[in-house]
Write a protein that binds this ligand. Sequence first.
Ligand SMILES: [Zn+2]
Length: 657
Amino acid sequence: MNTIFTPNKNHLQTKEQIGYVTRQQATEDDYRRIGFMSGLEVHQQLDTKEKLFCHCPCGVFHKNGAYDAEIIRHMRPAMSELGGYDGTALMEFKTRKNIIYRINNETACTYEIDDTPPFRINQEALGIALRISLLCKLNIVGEVHITRKQYLDGSIPTGFQRTAILGVNGQIQLSNKKLNLIQLSIEEDSCREISDIGHERYYKTDRLGTPLIETVTAPELNTPNELREAAEYIRFLNRSTGLVRTGMGAGREDVNVSCKGGSRVEIKGVAHNKWIPELSHNEAFRQWALLNIRKLLIERIQKEDWSILTQKLDYHDYNFTYAPLIECKEKEHQIIAVNLPEFKGLLSHFTQPGQNFADEIAQRLKVIACIEHPNLVHSEQEEELLSKEDFGKMLAKLGSNSNDAQLIIWGAKEDIPTAIETIKERCKMVFDGVPNETRKSLPDGTTIFERVLPGADRMYPDTDSAPIPLSDEYINNLGKDLPNDICERINQMNEWGVPKDSHHFILSKDLYPIIKEIADRFQFDPKSTAIFFGHTYKNIIGKYSIHPEFNYRKLVGLFKFIHDQELHPNITRYLFPILYQNPSMDFASMLISLKFKKRSLAELIAPIDFLEEKFKDLHPSENSENASHWIMGQLHRQAIGNIELRELRINIDKRLN
Ligand SMILES: [Zn+2]
């Protein structure tokens, strides 16, 4: 039976064929079906004054245009001692990129560009990282060995990152399982990318060299939600020390995902934990889709029999109407038609929401051959970018069969050989399944190709640094007064009856110790205090920007004042907004500005009879429940800071009945 092929229909059919479900619909069975497996590398900047191996300041950031010097670097692969080349190195070499670093004298010195050997490792950073290692129950190394990790994507000017493992084999307790931690390392942060267009990539060096820790979990997380829980747990654990940076980019996750039969793919630099479930879900299904594409292709042809055919198209012979093709004439760009044997139905095969297999090729063309999007037209596009006549002419030139698929690409003459090589390479990978690669996350929960995953042999000793012995005494000292475990904090909050929807905020802002201190020192109810932080506090800090003099100690001071003055803590809701905006104002003046007066219960309930009469005059037909409500409205403001509002209500109701 010969049915007409429609790309959109094929996209939907293949989506159904692989059993794609949205994350909202997905059940644990779906993840078991596709063999979802994942692990994390959690990166966290440490809050130190100076960088890890030099004395440049940390946390000073410049605008893109603020720099004193620029240096340019090119990546060149060198053969390893074992006679091989690293995949990332080769890929970066193929891109023929000019990598340009913008250096500001305030935040970078000759160390960052490898003109000066490293200084002694920052002791403050080492201490913080070791404390966090202890919190992760890791076995601490006896001696720190600084090694170099190849970094060939250009984000570090020297081509390597100095890094050292501090602890191995740790564990954290999640709600449903114990998660093993493989290791924790201390390392230097990389550069921030400014732009990456065509053959030029720009970086700024302000963040470069900032002390960073990387916590690596075992690949034991079997659902996207479990993955998020682990990422949050580690983030909270790091924050519980009070010694790490917060804010945009201070904590970033690399998420490793695979499905059954797939490969380890790394989604790099995820800035928000809430994005993790959607990203990992879609990545696992993308791999599941690629395995289906493989299955369809090997049913038709064997890898060794498969090869692409290319033909240069002369625009004089065609009546192109698609703008990028028309512009080729003016830009003197080449136009190449490519035949992909037996690929019919694969280019429009579903991979991720809004993407199909043709996007896998287009993304690599942008990254490896540096041809900006849109960079291809293909035979399975819904919109007709090529007239039937031009399309027919191209098919004839390529000698295509009916089960083939075709691409047209264009670009500068020098980029075309890499582009053709890239297409060939990506299509050949279909026969093997899922390529190892790193991917960049998009806000919609999908990902795009970033880089070939670097080889395993990336580490070599740093001959510039001596080993650092860690004495038992030093480690024991660091282990004194460690904060308690996040799982203990969660259990305690559950015991107190703190609503679950407040846990995240309290842990992410590290407010638990304050709630505990307020409960222990002033005997205030921890549940109400936690609710104050989860609601009033959250609301106020979201509304106003932080005053430079405000800090958590001021808040503890506020609760102490309430305690010493024998006020009811429900007045915190009114005092806190004043404190947050005027942290140096004394608490007594704040009470005056609220027109607060100390009143006994008897004084507070004295006007009830009078108010009841007044209510009856105003609303003769209303019932006593409404009367109680109205009287409450008249009196509640006076009660705040004096008694529990519920107590006032009980007294009103008692009088009315
Ligand atoms: Zn420096």
